[in-house]
Write a protein of this length. Sequence first.
Length: 232
Amino acid sequence: MKKKINSLSQRYLTALEKHLKQGPQSGLQPALRMGREAVALGLETLDLARIHEQALVALELSNIKNGFTKLAGIFFTEANTLIEETHHAARQTKVRLGKLMTKLGERTEELADSNRQLQQGVIRRKVMEDDFARRGQRHQKSLDESLELQKRLRLLTHQVIAAQEDERKKISRELQDEIAQTLLGINVRLLSLKQEARDNSKGLKKEITTTQRLVADSAWSVRQVGRKIGGL
């Protein structure tokens, strides 16, 4: 990993130096390419900032402020854009997952309350039956009421269990879709990077292809877990 970061640092220095030589009219596509490579390596903004600072030191611009340092700052900001966008997408996914977990917790409380009511009904029925047994009073009306209560309890139990299963499947689908969507977004970025990498080294293409395979495997694993949870 360190070797890859060092290689990126050298390419960043070369791209930044070329950008500064071309002046204000220079395009920012090289900066975007550097950003994509940083995202592919899993670097954070602080990591990219260190690489940028090393480049400024190499170009003897770290302790001065002029037009070149301003252009260099624009180059860094553009390169860091993709990292920030990736963080934003991750934060959004975290918020959505938090809402889903809150909803699941509320639903669990509701189901727990229903189960408590069921248990209280069963206890009341048992007390009634014991009382009838002790007194020897097996009146047909009371027996019919007890049987009807059993029927309603079985029906309510079935409804509660069905509701639990439906909720689990729904949450499983939502979690699966959220995570799969995030992975798909990453894969789309990698496809774009792979398209632009045709002019770069074969090693970079191989790294991108390997990363895409890992993303595809991750998406498959997420769906498998989702199916297992949905089948509970």
